[in-house]
Design a protein around this ligand. Structure first.
Ligand SMILES: Nc1nc2c(c(=O)[nH]1)N[C@H]1C(S)=C(S)[C@@H](COP(=O)(O)O)O[C@H]1N2
Ligand SMILES: [Mo]
Length: 528
């Protein structure tokens, strides 16, 4: 204690000395936590991709969310549900970090305690994640160290600036600014670098696989899609969905990434000869290419979760036959790198007419990272939630009694064949169209039996049979269109499809859960 200056607490002209201004104190909390999360993300990218503390907390939230909440998120936000969850988490963390900072205007204790507590939560989320390995501990530990060090350092700088103790010299405000900027820079750079490291690795691997596919001689090539298979001139989507436009549904906050060189898949469980497949094994087998339409069970009537692509892969049935499926194994349970699971009925997978695939290529390229690189499953005629495992790592023959897939555990159906459905694509809802002849066009699907008829009616009038575009194969969607002469005013158009067996989709509408939405789509539009 200096002998010349009174302790600041007792000074009457500076009663609030030795306190950091509230806003700056809050900012310090936010900066330290931001730097911690950014560095954690980078270390995760290098050490163990699934161990980013921020994303691990998000994954934990998703895994333990009650089903009404995930349903609400899916139906309300659609594919934006993940960015919205992450943004929401970001806001909560920001508020906690800011409060922790604001409670540490004199001493760093409270702030440090909160920073450590948040770090421990991240550590626990990583430790209990399904893809945990020892290396996964590095990222959350790095986060905790960076959080503590940067909080103490910034706090010290600010304290010396705004509340210089008599013994220590003050620090200029510029010093605090530079310190803060450094923390922001470290956090942002680390987070960005983490993203680049992860993304760059997959893109390199994808380029290698795309080149191999280009050289491969396919045992079966998908017949070219005729121009007459789509009515794009009447407003339907193109027949083949580009990889960029292909719908995406999964529980992964961070894309599970893996190179094809380290990929392998165990074929085990109730089989006579369990074995492990490598990517080279797959590529040395007969590769077939098929045009298939995939659909999500969460799709509402008229919804967007349906797309069509040319998939290249290996017959799953041949691989399972080689392993020797034992009697009674009624379920093919597949697992992804991020420990998501789907259970498909064995008889469907083994049906030669079905043609279930272990997929390596999509529209002439390697699978995109979002669609399961390097290997996924596609079973024609089954919704994705019980068949289309992306980032595949494991196939186990078992029984439905012994094990349940991810969504089955959460109340969705056990056996959910795709329901016959159609979607009106033109006119779109609340469109204004000129008077005269109005073409109504859309798509219909009923994999794997196909579509035999689509009917359309205007304002509750008689059903009118639509013109069907050429069928590519019964496991793809089919485009349709028909004309109406309409007077000005508001109109409501409805459609209904009939499958390849002659069964028309029912009028009664049901929600997606548990086994897929049904009902006749309708659209209201105006003729001007
Ligand atoms: N690993 C993994 N695979 C998954 C899912 C998932 O959440 N994780 N979602 C499934 C669901 S519900 C559907 S509809 C399809 C969607 O495949 P896509 O995103 O390539 O269109 O993937 C399936 N495969
Ligand atoms: Mo789905």
């Amino acid at each position: 204690m200096s002998t010349t200056a009174a302790p600041p607490e007792q000074s009457t002209d500076r009663p609030r000395a030795r306190r950091i201004p509230r806003a700056l104190a809050a900012l310090i909390g936010v900066l330290a936590v931001g730097a911690a999360l950014g560095v954690g993300h980078l270390v995760a990218a290098v050490a163990a991709p699934s161990s980013s503390p921020f994303l691990a907390v998000g994954d934990t939230v998703i895994r333990f969310s009650p089903q009404w909440l995930t349903e609400f998120a899916k139906t309300t936000f659609g594919t934006a549900d993940k960015p919205i969850l992450l943004a929401g988490m970001g806001v909560v963390i920001l508020l906690i970090a800011a409060s922790a900072g604001a409670l540490s205007r004199r001493r760093a204790t409270v702030g440090l305690a909160v920073v450590v507590a948040m770090g421990v939560l991240g550590l626990l989320a990583v430790a209990f994640s399904p893809a945990f390995g020892l290396l996964s501990l590095l990222a959350p530990l790095a986060s905790i160290v960076v959080g503590v060090v940067s909080f103490r350092w910034l706090h010290g700088l600010a304290l010396r600036t705004y509340a210089p103790a008599a013994t220590s010299g003050g620090v200029s405000r510029r010093g605090v600014l530079i310190g803060s900027a450094a923390a922001v820079g470290v956090g942002a750079l680390a987070a960005g670098a983490g993203g680049v490291v992860l993304g760059g690795n997959v893109e390199d691997a994808r380029r290698r696989v795309t080149a191999r596919l280009a050289r491969a001689r396919l045992a079966e090539v998908a017949p070219p899609v005729p121009a007459t298979a789509a009515f794009t001139e009447s407003g339907t989507v193109p027949f083949i969905t580009s990889n960029a436009e292909f719908y995406r549904v999964d529980t992964a906050l961070r894309l599970p990434t893996q190179s094809e060189t380290s990929w392998s898949c165990e074929i085990g469980g109730m089989v006579d000869n369990p074995f492990t497949l490598t990517f080279d094994d797959l590529m040395s087998r007969p590769l077939v290419e098929r045009t298939l339409t995939m659909t999500c069970v969460s799709n509402v009537v008229g919804g967007p979760y349906i797309s069509t692509a040319n998939f290249i892969g290996v017959e799953l049935r041949d691989i399972l036959a080689e392993a020797g499926v034992q009697p009674g194994a009624d379920q093919v349970l597949s697992t992804s790198l991020d420990r998501w699971t789907a259970g498909s009925p064995t008889d469907v997978v083994m049906d030669p007419a079905r043609g279930a695939l272990m997929v390596v290529g999509m529209n002439g390229e390697a699978l995109p990272a979002e669609h399961g690189f390097p290997v996924r499953l596609v079973v024609p005629g089954l919704y994705g939630f019980l068949s289309a495992t992306k980032w595949l790592t494991d196939i186990e023959l078992t029984t439905f009694g012994a094990a349940q897939g991810y969504w089955l555990q959460r109340g969705w159906g056990r056996f959910a064949p795709i329901k016959t459905q159609c979607r009106i694509e033109s006119p779109i809802g609340f469109d204004q169209v000129p008077a005269g002849t109005v073409t109504v066009a859309g798509i219909a699907w009923s994999q794997p039996v196909g579509i035999s008829r689509v009917e359309v009616r205007m304002d509750g009038g008689p059903w009118q049979e639509a013109e069907l575009a050429e069928e590519v194969n019964p496991s793809t969607w089919r485009m349709w269109r028909t004309d109406f002469d309409l007077t000005p005013g508001s109109h409501t158009v409805q459609s209904r499809a009939t499958d390849g067996n002659g069964v028309t989709q029912p009028e009664e509408s049901t929600p997606p859960i548990p086994d897929g939405a049904q009902g006749w789509p309708g659209t209201i539009f105006t003729v001007a």
